[in-house]
Design a protein around this ligand. Structure first.
Ligand code: CS2
Length: 500
């Protein structure tokens, strides 16, 4: 009988010097890091993006910023990153190629899921000069169609009643700034790294909406001392799976519960608008620019638009990952035609970018078979994503009287996904979207008649602004696409949309 193999050692500071030489690791003194910034929402994307840029700065001795990572929502960080001293493995994967690196820029982690107090302690301390965040689109508690704070959001209702012990991201940030104003008064930069257009403006709007209700000068203090730059962030980094943890164990011989996997491509364009110091991320590949708008539109409408299209149509066709969906010639053809014919003409010129080459680069990235990005993951919270990815280019085209025959198909795909996914995928992947319940109610009330169904869903004015919802061309295009998707095999429906 073979003896059971000993349990693998877990990644941590003691293991660093014994890691296989193929693994790049922090060469700087982590004990000397002075955490000048905090990050809210330490998920796969942060670990694969901003934390890596900061690690680059530290590795090249260009700056000495460390990060305090905070989660105010699950998962808890203490048992994973915390017990590994903040260290984790970042794998860059392209088809058969794997490039491992241990990242050390997260100096400390804080769990604040049970109460806002631990997060407020960090965010209000004078050492913290910058707060970055990846809290997902819905974390801002804004109304997607208008960008205003959603005063009916249950977390905002809670925070208005309990301003000193808030639970939402805007509430926690407003309270932290209030504590800063009342104690040391030091300025701060709050840098959103979520996929929302003008994310800095949205963040400022939701924080100021709460601050202006305080009547203690907070709103004015924020206006004079806090900067909210917008940023465009890009790297495909799906949620970590047990297979990723297993890969590290098998190939490199240690256990790491906080592994992240990303593609080689990365981009970060940040509006140059700071209060106080900011890490020199521009020295390691990020760009500081005067206006991020053209970059945001390009990325959200092309890359993210393609992802949402492949995800919703792919899921309906029973395809698991983005790379499976784009491997289907019909879906690939559909997405390319949609992007080239309808999306690109809505974009403003972007310095240094050739639009057609950018489309091909994005499609190439989505074909990377080593990135197991589940269509269901991308379809999650679709209601918070379609405005910037699909509805904004649709609105621009309608204003010029241009066709939206292709862009309306993924909008209908999103509706079909919301309506059909629970029945079709059930417990395997429950639909997760703040509007899933509402869509199901509308489907039931209308007996799934496409015209009534579309009318019901377009009446959700927090997603569809009234002007768009009332547009007859839009309504007609979405209704006919939804009709086909609900009655045909989804692939046949996509084919018919291309033949129109
Ligand atoms: C994806 C994004 O899940 C999603 O919504 O579309 O996370 C996407 O992978 C990133 O924006 C890429 O930068």
């Amino acid at each position: 009988m073979r003896a059971a193999s000993p349990p693998l050692e877990t990644l941590g500071p003691e293991l660093l010097s014994r890691l296989p030489s193929a693994i790049q690791k922090p060469s700087y003194d982590r004990a000397a890091l002075a955490p000048g910034m905090a990050h809210l929402g330490v998920g796969a994307f942060h670990r694969c993006h901003q934390a890596e840029y900061t690690d680059d700065l530290l590795s090249h001795r260009l700056d000495a910023w460390g990060v305090v990572g905070i989660n105010i929502r699950p998962p808890r960080l203490a048992e994973t990153l915390g017990s590994q001293g903040g260290l984790y493995t970042r794998l860059i994967r392209q088809d058969n190629h794997v490039e491992p690196r241990v990242i050390g820029s997260i100096a400390r982690v804080v769990d604040s899921q049970d109460s806002a107090a631990p997060a407020l302690d960090v965010l209000s301390s004078p050492e913290i000069e910058l707060v970055t965040m990846t809290v997902t689109e819905k974390g801002y508690c804004h109304i997607p169609s208008s960008g205003a704070l959603d005063l009916d959001h249950p977390d905002i209702v809670h925070d208005l009643a309990n301003p000193t012990m808030p639970c939402s991201v805007p509430g926690i940030l407003a309270r932290a700034l209030e504590l800063r104003m009342a104690s040391h008064g030091r300025p701060a930069t709050l840098l959103s790294c979520d996929n929302i257009p003008t994310n800095g403006v949205i963040l400022e709007t939701v924080v100021q909406a709460l601050a202006s209700r305080r009547n203690n000068g907070l709103a004015d203090w924020i206006a004079g001392n806090v900067a909210f730059p917008s940023a465009m962030v890009d790297r495909i980094a799906p949620a970590t799976t047990p297979a990723d943890i297993e890969l590290v164990a098998r190939r490199f011989g240690y256990h790491d519960a906080a592994v992240v996997v990303g593609e080689p491509f990365r981009q970060w364009v940040i509006e140059q608008k700071f209060a106080g110091r900011v890490p020199r991320w521009d020295l390691v590949g990020a760009s500081f620019v005067g206006d991020v708008t053209p970059f945001e539109h390009l990325k959200m409408r092309v890359l993210n638009g393609a992802q949402t299209t492949l995800a919703t149509l792919g899921v309906l066709a029973g395809l698991e990952h983005t790379s499976d969906a784009i491997a289907d010639p019909l879906l690939a053809d559909f997405v390319r035609r949609m992007l080239v014919d309808e999306t690109l003409p809505t974009l403003m010129p972007v310095p240094g970018v050739a639009p057609l080459a950018y489309v091909e680069q994005c499609l190439g990235r989505l074909r990377n078979t080593a990135i197991r990005h589940r269509n269901h993951q991308i379809a999650t919270d679709g209601s918070q994503k379609i405005v910037q990815r699909l509805l904004n280019p649709i609105r621009d085209r309608l204003a010029k009287g241009e066709s939206i025959a292709l862009l309306s198909v993924p909008v209908a795909g999103w509706m079909a996904y919301l309506i059909q996914a629970s029945a079709r995928f059930g417990k395997r992947w429950p639909v997760s979207d703040p509007y899933a319940g509402k869509a199901a109610d509308i489907a039931e009330a209308t007996g799934r008649d496409p015209e009534a169904l579309v009318a019901g869903i377009l009446a959700i004015d927090t997603i569809f602004d009234p002007g768009l919802a009332a547009n007859r061309d839009f309504r007609r295009a979405v209704t006919s696409a939804l009709d086909r998707l609900l009655s045909d095999d989804p692939m046949a429906a996509v084919k018919r949309s291309l033949e129109q």
